[in-house]
Write a protein that binds this ligand. Structure first.
Ligand code: SF4
Ligand code: SF4
Length: 56
């Protein structure tokens, strides 16, 4: 399982900077997580200011 970013995302970029495996990138409407790279560490979810990241 990987983490996913919901439409609550305000594109602040904090999660991308915190991801140890660079699985997060800026998409067209919000940031997105590459499920193949995500190692489920959870550090992105704890740092999101709007609680937009959760385990899928
Ligand atoms: Fe979006 Fe949250 Fe990531 Fe900021 S930390 S880019 S609000 S998912
Ligand atoms: Fe990156 Fe960890 Fe978030 Fe997965 S759970 S996207 S590895 S920070």
């Amino acid at each position: 399982m990987a983490y996913v970013i919901s439409e609550e995302c305000i594109s602040c970029g904090a999660c991308a900077a915190n991801c140890p495996v660079e699985a997060i990138s800026e998409g067209d409407e919000r940031y997105v997580i590459d499920a193949d790279k995500c190692c489920d560490c959870g550090s992105c979810a704890s740092g999101c200011p709007v609680d937009a990241i959760a385990e899928a």
